[in-house]
Design a protein around this ligand. Sequence first.
Ligand SMILES: Nc1nc2c(ncn2[C@@H]2O[C@H](COP(=O)(O)OP(=O)(O)OP(=O)(O)O)[C@@H](O)[C@H]2O)c(=O)[nH]1
Length: 493
Amino acid sequence: MVLAQLGGSISRALQQMSNATIIDEKALNDCLNEITRALLQADVQFKLVRDMQNNIKKIVNLDDLAAGHNKRRIIQQAIFNELCKMLDPGKPSFTPKKGKTSVVMFVGLQGSGKTTTCTKYAYYHQKKGWKPALVCADTFRAGAFDQLKQNATKAKIPFYGSYMESDPVKIAVEGVERFKQENCDLIIVDTSGRHKQEVALFEEMRQVSEATKPDLVLFVMDSSIGQAAFDQAQAFKQSVAVGAVIVTKMDGHAKGGGALSAVAATKSPVIFIGTGEHMDEFEVFDVKPFVSRLLGMGDWSGFMDKIHEVVPMDQQPELLQKLSEGNFTLRIMYEQFQNILKMGPIGQVFSMLPGFSQELMPKGREKESQAKIKRYMTMMDSMTNEGNTNPKLMNDSRIMRIARGSGRQVRDVMEMLEEYKRLAKIWSKMKGLKIPKKGEMSALSRNMNAQHMSKVLPPQMLKQIGGMGGLQNLMKQMGSSKDMMGMFGGGDK
Ligand SMILES: Nc1nc2c(ncn2[C@@H]2O[C@H](COP(=O)(O)OP(=O)(O)OP(=O)(O)O)[C@@H](O)[C@H]2O)c(=O)[nH]1
């Protein structure tokens, strides 16, 4: 995903500025120009980037800053805030409530991933105990109903559609009525797409919308459309009351910056992103954790959510307890690999942990990484329970035995043990950190003190903030404010 590169470029620009002996107008301009270039390359609309640059310059008036102020921190905070502002239209979208019927209509161009996303959205809610249903009002594309039917059947979600009826309005109304009677609480209407923005498409959308009176219109946008995103999103917004955006294919080579433009064009928030073709490759989109990730700061709240999602309920307290004791054993690694493989897209989990994803899970090489994890697990399988699971007791003959037993080379076993050491080192930094239970993210904020934070932050980031002293000051100044936690990916949702 090119957004990751964007994050890398922004981090580098900040780093370069941090390395400058004096942070003057020139250093700031150089840094901002670098960030501007990165955003434009990521297809963010030119006007948005220019506005952002001007805003930062206005906020960070270097002449007015009294001596002793941490300029780096102020600049970094301004960049963080401006990026968040770009992605946050300032008002939340309509949020359906479990148990209360809501109609959600999906709109978007053909091929944007609309049909796939309808099912992902339904499946996401179904896993959380909702009663969703799918209505296929796409009578334009042959095969659309079959596709929806297939997806819905796989996910065991009720669906409605017709091979005979050609009037999308009629199907939409009938489907919505049927599922209202069946007490479904999330009725999702998939509408037709077109290859390009056409009058006929917009007219049909308007009619379906008028007839079904959706509580929310979701605009689905392919992240790879680049600079065209702004105009496309605006055209949809002008035809129907788009309330929120879902950006798809964020896993591919898309530059992803279009997401920022779509928010500006529709003045509606991005609420989910699609990160693959599978049903569960779908993530809630939260502005602050996203920008934190973009700036390479990690996303703790997302990571915790994933743990709650991936690890079976009965294993959660034990695992979290062990992790908070800094007790990352080979067995834990094995069990977690097992859970993660069951879930499918492991990259999503690890990418949320600072410094984690690149080594074990390079982007775009998930299949390879998955195979690697399976290989590790075969080797771990061949270890005997007693003694051998303690990596400290691993000697040459044991390593050879494991290699023989699992049909692998000695160097493969060594690699697996190295990986364990690397993960154990990362997790040892978590020692003492109280890990919140589901829905208790505020506990994380309360327990995150500067010391923990300093261990968790990548070293270059800590340096930019001004080391331990700078971090303590920063936390004092900001108190335990949401902004601060948001910056590091925590905070209440
Ligand atoms: N890699 C990736 N592929 C996706 C994602 N979302 C959808 N796709 C793929 O994009 C292609 C088009 O998706 P559809 O759901 O058929 O598109 P659509 O917008 O419904 O198309 P119409 O019904 O013709 O309007 C399919 O091959 C999907 O598997 C995503 O997040 N990542």
